[in-house]
Write a protein that binds this ligand. Sequence first.
Ligand code: PEP
Length: 251
Amino acid sequence: MRIPFIAANWKMFKTVQESVVFVKQLRSLVKDASNVQVVVAPPFTALHAAAEAARNSQVGIAAQDVYWEREGAFTGEISPGMLKEAGADYGIVGHSERRRLFHDTDETVNRKALALVAAELTPIVCIGETLEERERGETLAVLDEQIKQGLDGLTGEQVASIVVAYEPVWAIGTGRNATPEQAGEAHAHIRARLRQWFGGDAAERCRIIYGGSVKPDNIGAFMALPDVDGALVGGASLDVRTFADIVAKSR
Ligand code: PEP
């Protein structure tokens, strides 16, 4: 039995103060949603304050990215240990905006995922095809490559406890969500590959969540799919009531 996992990716939105206000409201709005894991990913600057505001609640905290080294001359980067000390439980890696704008590759995504696991943080590994790749009929092959390289070196036991986010790039921030059929096909394929490469236990326990224009009025259709275990929510996560509504409708 996989517990639904609903995460808010705030991207480069919200100050420290706005983050704290949001988390305080969210923890009270979702306090009765016991069978769902709720996570928010604030900007780095607000991580610690958000984690303090979430203390002793069911709201978990994720970083939006990480660097794989422990410390050193890497100006602008943040290590897994620093994230952990600031109060993060999870780290998003491989978001399509990182891949497109900041040149993350499957290889760097892999290094980041391994570093998070080594620091006992849970990676949320984002994968997904571009519109051109979908139109060329390459979606499943692209996902294969991203899974194979991105999760390389993880054990079945480790894969069982990570989160994989299927986010078709063309559906992110566009208002154009994947259809349930498209999401269902991709999620079933991802789980089949996890079974093939990491074993049945890893495939059964790993949460595979959908991202791409999720809103209160479409979360139900995604959650009804057998291989969709939750959502990574961008735009619709910036308003606390809308996000809490998505959490409520995910169960
Ligand atoms: C995202 O940023 O991961 C995302 C899915 O964004 P949106 O919900 O705005 O499409």
